[in-house]
Design a protein around this ligand. Structure first.
Ligand SMILES: Cc1ncc(COP(=O)(O)O)c(C=O)c1O
Length: 378
């Protein structure tokens, strides 16, 4: 079958969401919710493509926001439940967040003290983020339990505190992890914070549960969630971002020129730093359709972005055929943490956003132009 992302209706560059694959992820999440009794909400920080929310809403209970603007976007485009967590809220953030949210988690006791009355008056359920000091993420950049972390309250800091008014605990400790990392996190939470858990109405287990990755032990996850819910008679909430949009689409790009320096370099109409920053930040090597490891096929290329940054290089791949200007290069799994992180750096043309519908038709939902670029600046 022809690759649907080579559809000539798709412009380049373009992020293309595959509706059928998103639906498959959401169906799995529905099973987790039904069998475990936990609630799953979408972390907008990872996937905020609101043109897809009519579908997401059919499966997930709501959204979680990391800021006043995300809270407003959640209320505006998703509706239903809106939760919030941010490392620190400014006074003017609170007015917006309390207007749009049903749950709020504070990162410190001082933030809770500062806003507890305002939150109570707004009728918003209040929680605090705890730090289980149980490192699980492979990359320190993404590890909330890393030594010296600013994220969450340590168990020692809760000694002697009166927690009346706190409905929930928020524990975000994972990044692209399996259910066994969750099990170890829960063991750490129970060992360090067990004395408080029976008093809670809810426990939010954050994101990082990559339940839609092939090989993830979904039944083991369900067993963990069920045990937690039943042991403490508590509502259990998960707020994944990556897992919702995992492998749900691509970034279509095009070769603009080929240059030579210690090998062949293909310059593309995208930028690693502007359009796929995790490639440089995490770092992360994407899969490219019909391309292999260096030397696997006859034609090797370093793929570079179209910005002036010397390090705007995606990596090295080999292809069966020589690349020429106009050829399409398709980066797979480019929906989560891409659109939400992009910039207009260098004024490089920003990828459009489109949806490959279940019936195979392509719908262009957003194109960017000079006015969008100009309006980010002043
Ligand atoms: C507090 C919180 N919740 C949820 C998430 C979503 O995590 P993921 O996209 O890895 O599932 C993150 C990611 O950083 C987070 O910091």
């Amino acid at each position: 079958m022809a690759n649907p992302f080579l559809n000539p209706d798709i412009p380049s560059p373009c992020y293309v969401l595959d509706e059928a694959r998103l639906k498959r992820n959401l169906e799995l999440m529905e099973r987790v919710q039904q069998d475990s009794g936990a609630d799953i909400i979408l972390a907008l920080k990872g996937f905020a493509m609101w043109s897809a929310f009519p579908l997401v809403k059919q499966y997930l209970k709501g959204c979680t926001a990391s800021s006043a603007w995300e809270a407003e976007l959640a209320a505006d485009t998703f509706g239903s439940e809106v939760h919030a967590y941010s490392p620190a809220y400014k006074a003017h953030d609170m007015d917006v967040i309390l207007k749009h949210c049903n749950h709020i988690s504070f990162n410190s006791l001082s933030q809770w003290q500062r806003y507890r009355e305002q939150a109570a008056a707004a009728g918003v359920s209040v929680g605090i983020r705890i730090n289980p000091e149980q490192p699980e993420a492979d990359t320190e950049l993404y590890d909330p339990s890393a030594p010296g972390s600013r994220l969450g309250i340590l168990s020692s800091q809760l000694d002697g505190q009166d927690l009346s008014g706190i409905d929930g605990f928020h524990v975000h400790n994972l990044c692209e992890c399996d259910s066994f990392a969750l099990e170890r996190t829960l063991q750490a939470v129970e060992a360090k914070f067990g004395q408080y858990l029976h008093q809670l109405k809810w426990i939010n287990l954050g994101g990082g549960h990559l339940m839609t990755r092939e090989g993830y032990d979904v039944d083991h996850l369900i067993a963990q969630l069920k045990r937690l819910r039943e042991t403490y008679d508590v509502e259990v909430i998960l707020e994944p971002g990556s897992a919702v949009a995992w492998q749900t689409g691509v970034l279509v790009s095009e070769v603009v020129d080929i240059v030579e320096n210690a090998g062949q370099i293909a310059i593309l109409d995208i930028s690693a730093t502007a359009h796929m920053p995790d490639v440089l930040e995490m770092p992360y090597r994407p899969v490219i359709t019909d391309a292999g490891e260096p030397a696997e096929f006859a034609h090797n290329y370093r793929l570079g972005g179209n910005s002036c940054l010397a390090g705007d290089v995606v990596g090295e791949w080999s292809f069966k055929h020589p690349l020429t200007p106009g050829d399409r290069v398709i980066f797979e799994d480019m929906i989560h943490y891409t659109m939400v992180k992009t910039s207009f750096f260098n004024g490089v043309e920003h990828p459009s956003i489109g949806i490959l519908r279940e019936d195979g038709t392509f719908e262009l939902v957003r194109q960017f132009n000079y006015e969008d670029f100009k309006s980010r600046l002043s």
